[in-house]
Design a protein around this ligand. Structure first.
Ligand code: GLN
Length: 473
C-alpha cells in the first residue's frame, strides 16, 4: 500500500530521493515467511520505515542531498539502520532533505524540492522535509529524521505529524553524516504519539560506537503511555508569545494549553531570559562545527572530485617523485595543483547555503574572532541551559508553539537566508541545551494548514513527553 501510494503521489510531493520497491517487497516477503514459520518477530515487524538520506545504509547511496556525496555508498550500516533491521522493519527508501541538513525548507536539496502535501505551493519545512511529508501523505507510517536545530520538529509541525528530538546522546549517531556534532540528534517521525513511541523504542539506547551515546537504561516508551500524568505542571514561557507569533498559531496553542488545564494540569508562567539569544548563538555554533566537519569533503578521500583538474593519483605520484629528487619548485607546483583540485571540487559540488555556513564558521573560528564569536556563543549556550535547569525546578514540561507561523510558500526565502534562520526561533534552544522536545499537531489555520504544539522536557524524560502528548492527542 505504501509503495502504491508513493507511486501515485510522490511525483507531486517529491518526498523520496529513492524508493527501492523490489528490496522492500523482498524484505516484507521474508518477514511474512518467518511469521508463517512461527518465528518471534521484532517490534516493527513488517512496518515500512523511510530514512532521511544522511544515515548510512550499507551499499545504498547516502547522499545528504548533496552533489558531493551523490555516488557515496557506505560500506556499513548506521546503528539506527541496523536497529531498524533488528526490529524487522521494512526499509522503504530514502527521503529528501536540505543539503547536509542545513536549512528549514528542503529547498536546499541539490536534487529536488519537496512540497507540502497539505498545499503543494508550500514547503514541508526542513531539513527533514521529505521524512515529514512522506508520513503526512500516507506514503510511510514511520520515518527517521535528524534534528540539529529543529529539523524534526519544524517539518512535523508544518506537515501535521508527530516528531521528536530525543535527549542528546539518547539515540546513536554512529553512521550519521555529521553536521554540528554537539547538536545533532536522530529521532522518530510518525502519524501518532503511540507510533512515535514505538519507533523511539526501536532506535534508542546506548551504543559503544558513538562516544556521546548515554550509557543509561532505556525505558519502554509504550508502557504507561495511556496513563495520564497526575499533577502535571506545565510551564508557559513569556518569550514564546512575543512579537512575530502568528495570531492563528497563538490561539491554537492557547487552546491546547487550556485543554491541559481542563485535564487538571497546573499552568505556570515563566521566563527563559536568554532564549532571545538562542538563534544568534545557534548560528555561530552550528556553522563553526559544520565548517570543521565538512572539511573532509576534499575531493581526495571520497565524494565528488572535479574532472577539470589532473587526477589525484597522478599528482600524488608526481609529488613523491619530486620529493625523492628534492625538487622544491616542482613540490610547490604540485601542492598548488592539489589545493586547486580541493577548491575546485568543493566549488562545484557544494551548494550555496552550505558554502555560506562553511564561510561563517571558518570566519567565527579564525584567530582574532574565536573569542568574540565562538567562545562567546559557548558561554551564552551555558546560560540558555541554566535557564531551562531553573525552569524545570518549577515545572515538569514546557509547552508552547513549535514555529511562529504555518508552512511558508516555496521560494519565500530565496534571497533571505536570515528570514529562513528565524524559522528556528522556538526550536534551537532544545538542541543548545541538549533537551528532548517534540512537536504534535494542535490545530489548523483558516486556510487549512497544520499548526504544531511543542513540548520540552528535562534530559532523558522522553517517556514523560510522550505521555503528556498522548493526553492531548
Ligand atoms: N534550520 C536549522 C538550520 O538550518 C536546523 C537544521 C537542522 O536541524 N538540521 O541549521
Amino acid at each position: 500500500a505504501c509503495l502504491d501510494r508513493t507511486e501515485s503521489h510522490d511525483a507531486q510531493v517529491g518526498a523520496f530521493l529513492r524508493v527501492d520497491a523490489d528490496a522492500a517487497l523482498a524484505q516484507a516477503d521474508a518477514i511474512d515467511k518467518r511469521r508463517a514459520a512461527g518465528e518471534t518477530l521484532g517490534p516493527l515487524a513488517g512496518l515500512p520505515v523511510a530514512v532521511k538520506d544522511l544515515l548510512c545504509q550499507q551499499g545504498e547511496p547516502t547522499t545528504c542531498a548533496s552533489r558531493m556525496l551523490e555516488n557515496f555508498r557506505p560500506p556499513y550500516d548506521s546503528t539506527v539502520v541496523a536497529k531498524l533491521r533488528e526490529a524487522d522493519a521494512v526499509l522503504l527508501g530514502r527521503t529528501n532533505m536540505d543539503e547536509f541538513a542545513m536549512g528549514g525548507s528542503t529547498e536546499n536539496s541539490a536534487f529536488q524540492p519537496t512540497r507540502n502535501p497539505w498545499d503543494l505551493k508550500r514547503s514541508p519545512g526542513g531539513s527533514s522535509g521529505g521524512a515529514a511529508a512522506c508520513v503526512a501523505a500516507g506514503m510511510a507510517p514511520l520515518s527517521i529524521g535528524t534534528d540539529t536545530g529543529g529539523s524534526i520538529r519544524q517539518p512535523s509541525a508544518f506537515c501535521g505529524v508527530v516528531g521528536m528530538k530525543p535527549t542528546y546522546g539518547r539515540v546513536s549517531r554512529f553512521g550519521l553524516v555529521a553536521f554540528a556534532s554537539s547538536l545533532d540528534q536522530v529521532g522518530p517521525i510518525a502519524g501518532s504519539v503511540t507510533d512515535t513511541a514505538l519507533l523511539l523504542d526501536a532506535i534508542a539506547g546506548h551504543c559503544e560506537r558513538d562516544s556521546t551515546s548515554l550509557d543509561v537504561a532505556k525505558p519502554n516508551y509504550l508502557q504507561d503511555i495511556d496513563k495520564p500524568l497526575d499533577g502535571l505542571r506545565l510551564g508557559v514561557v513569556t518569550e514564546h508569545f512575543g512579537k512575530g507569533l502568528d495570531p492563528e498559531v497563538e490561539s491554537a496553542v492557547r487552546a491546547a494549553i487550556a485543554a491541559y488545564e481542563g485535564q487538571g494540569a497546573e499552568i505556570v508562567e515563566l521566563s527563559l531570559p536568554h532564549s532571545k539569544h538562542a538563534v544568534a548563538t545557534y548560528y555561530v555554533i552550528a556553522p563553526c562545527e559544520a565548517s570543521s566537519n565538512l572539511a573532509r569533503y576534499d575531493g581526495a578521500h571520497y565524494g565528488y572530485r572535479t574532472e577539470e583538474r589532473a587526477m589525484l593519483a597522478q599528482l600524488q605520484a608526481d609529488r613523491k617523485a619530486a620529493q625523492e629528487a628534492g625538487d622544491e619548485q616542482a613540490l610547490d607546483d604540485i601542492d598548488t595543483a592539489l589545493v586547486r583540485m580541493y577548491r575546485q571540487s568543493r566549488s562545484e559540488a557544494i551548494g550555496p547555503e552550505v558554502k555560506r555556513r562553511i564561510m561563517l564558521g571558518a570566519y567565527a573560528l579564525s584567530a582574532g574572532y574565536y573569542d568574540a564569536y565562538y567562545l562567546k556563543a559557548l558561554k551564552v549556550r551555558r546560560l540558555i541551559r541554566q535557564d531551562f535547569d531553573q525552569a524545570f525546578e518549577k515545572v515538569d514540561l514546557i509547552i508552547g508553539p513549535t514555529t511562529a507561523a504555518p508552512a511558508p510558500e516555496l521560494g519565500q526565502f530565496d534571497n533571505d537566508p536570515l528570514g529562513m534562520y528565524l524559522l528556528d526561533l522556538y526550536t534551537v534552544s532544545a538542541n543548545l541545551a541538549g533537551l528532548p522536545a517534540m512537536s504534535l499537531p494542535c490545530g489548523q489555520s483558516k486556510s487549512g494548514l497544520p499548526i504544531g504544539l511543542q513540548l520540552h522536557a528535562p534530559p532523558l524524560e522522553e517517556a514523560r513527553l510522550l505521555r503528556a502528548a498522548r493526553m492531548f492527542e
